[in-house]
Design a protein around this ligand. Structure first.
Ligand SMILES: [Zn+2]
Length: 177
């Protein structure tokens, strides 16, 4: 089946992390950008350019995940040294690309993703950073809802499953009582 990226993170750095599906359930974990073709599909959907090798992107993804997850779980910030090293290299190679004097564009896709992760940690409201509450999902997102009550990566996916499970449990409890 053709890969159709779901960009629900609210930030490209989180959409990168969400290219791993079922991250917290090792029996089901899938890397959606493990091939050059799948990576190109994701890159286009995310509005990015530049060639890169899926292995290098996976390495960056792992570093960004380690930096971001403790913040999403409220135990962070974690160890940012690896990300700092990647950022230093990306900034050295970067060229001005945005409206602000220090909005950098990456020299390649990997650098672009590293710079995006830096912007996430530098500029976004991290009190809004959440992990989907599904046990196996592991997707991360910025909760941009007005009242900050978003619990699921997607209400039509993990949210639906949770509702169906609660319904099933209620029905079963009703039958047993
Ligand atoms: Zn989810």
């Amino acid at each position: 089946m053709l890969y159709q990226p779901e960009l629900i993170g609210g930030h490209v750095a989180l959409d990168l992390l969400n290219t791993v599906s079922w991250r917290l359930d090792p029996s089901r974990t899938v890397d959606r950008i493990a091939t050059a073709e799948a990576l190109a599909t994701w890159r286009a959907a995310a509005g990015l350019s530049g060639d890169s090798d899926p292995h290098r992107v996976a390495t960056v993804r792992a570093v960004v995940y380690d930096a971001v997850l403790p913040i999403a779980r409220g135990t962070g910030p974690g160890d940012l040294r690896e990300l700092q090293t990647l950022l230093a290299g990306a900034v050295r190679r970067a060229t001005p690309a945005g409206p602000r004097p220090m909005d950098w564009g990456g020299a390649n896709l990997v650098d672009e993703l590293v710079l995006a992760a830096g912007r996430l940690l530098e500029r976004e409201d991290l009190s809004r950073l959440r992990e989907c509450q599904d046990d196996g999902c592991g997707w991360l997102f910025l909760d941009r809802s007005k009242n900050g009550s978003r619990r699921w990566c997607s209400s039509g996916d993990c949210g639906n499953r949770a509702r169906a499970k609660r319904h099933y449990e209620r029905v079963r409890a009703g039958r047993e009582s």
